[in-house]
Design a protein around this ligand. Structure first.
Ligand code: APR
Length: 253
């Protein structure tokens, strides 16, 4: 069954004029970064209302930085896994127009993808909330929390907190890509957080085929998704890309 769906996905990708991928935390689990929801998820340990809303960062930055420092340590030591490398290969082969990622770990860039829309920002970049000075997260000492700029202001990663707006350019580009694709790969996301979770429905209403890859069913499965391939992204995606390579080589031969 899974092999049939992998073959079907490869055919849909080859036939498509424009393929877009929407990725979530499930892409990076095999790189050692904890997901937010489900078993071992970050929100099991830290209540997002207490730690991850913009008003907490403003009123009690030391508390938010307890969560941020844990995330930062995982992100800065993580490397792309076969799921990231597969999407980079798909772009190189000319079968992937863009990735809209909810992840802030920067691993799609690390894997080599050029057209990545960071819907929730990037934790590898940071800036001072007082003077705006930009700084790489790897240069931030986590000895004392919250970390501060030379000016005394509190530093924060360049990510979207709950209660903050999606960066306007990311939102515009994501909507353009979503409305103009004819295949959307929806990989490793629980479909829980808006406005990212609306993108597959928008793509579908624009006529796209929605292919979902996840280790378990989500709110998209059986509704938004045209078909669901159950499995780890790091195992399913390499098989799909290998099939695309085989089939497209035959086509051009
Ligand atoms: N392969 C594929 N899918 C996986 C894997 C894997 N190896 N491991 C976990 N998953 C799936 C889970 O089944 C789940 O559906 O990845 C999804 C992870 O869900 P979340 O942790 O909710 O991550 P995400 O959907 O990206 O969250 C969206 O919520 O908290 C905010 O800003 C945060 O960007 C995040 C947003």
């Amino acid at each position: 069954m899974t092999d049939e769906l992998i073959n079907r996905a490869a055919e849909d990708i080859i036939k498509a004029k424009k393929v877009v991928a929407l990725t979530g935390a499930g892409m990076s689990v095999e790189s050692g970064i904890a997901p937010f929801r489900g078993k071992g998820g970050i929100w099991e340990k830290y209540d997002p209302v207490e730690y991850a809303y913009i008003d907490v960062l403003r009123t009690d930055p030391g508390k938010t930085w307890i969560l941020l420092s844990e995330m930062q340590k995982e992100i800065l030591k993580a490397k792309p896994n076969p799921s990231h490398l597969s999407l980079a290969e798909l772009e190189r082969l000319g079968f992937l127009s863009s990735i809209i990622t909810q992840n802030v770990d920067g691993l799609h860039h690390e894997a080599g993808n050029k057209n990545v829309i960071e819907f929730h920002g990037n934790h590898r970049q940071a800036y001072c909330m007082e003077c705006g000075k930009q700084i790489k997260s790897e240069e931030i000492s986590l000895e004392t929390l919250p970390p501060r700029c030379d000016c005394g202001g509190v530093l924060r990663p360049d990510v979207v907190f709950f209660g903050e707006a999606i960066p306007p350019e990311a939102l515009t580009k994501s909507n353009q890509e979503t409305r103009s694709c004819d295949v959307m790969l929806v990989i490793g996301t629980s479909a829980e957080v808006q406005p990212a979770a609306s993108l597959p429905d928008i793509a579908k209403s624009s006529g796209a085929t929605i292919i979902e890859i996840n280790i378990e069913e989500t709110g998209f499965t059986g509704y938004t998704s045209d078909y669901f391939i159950k499995g780890k992204a790091g195992e399913i995606l390499p098989k799909i890309v290998n099939k695309v390579k085989d089939e497209s080589t035959n086509l051009s031969a």
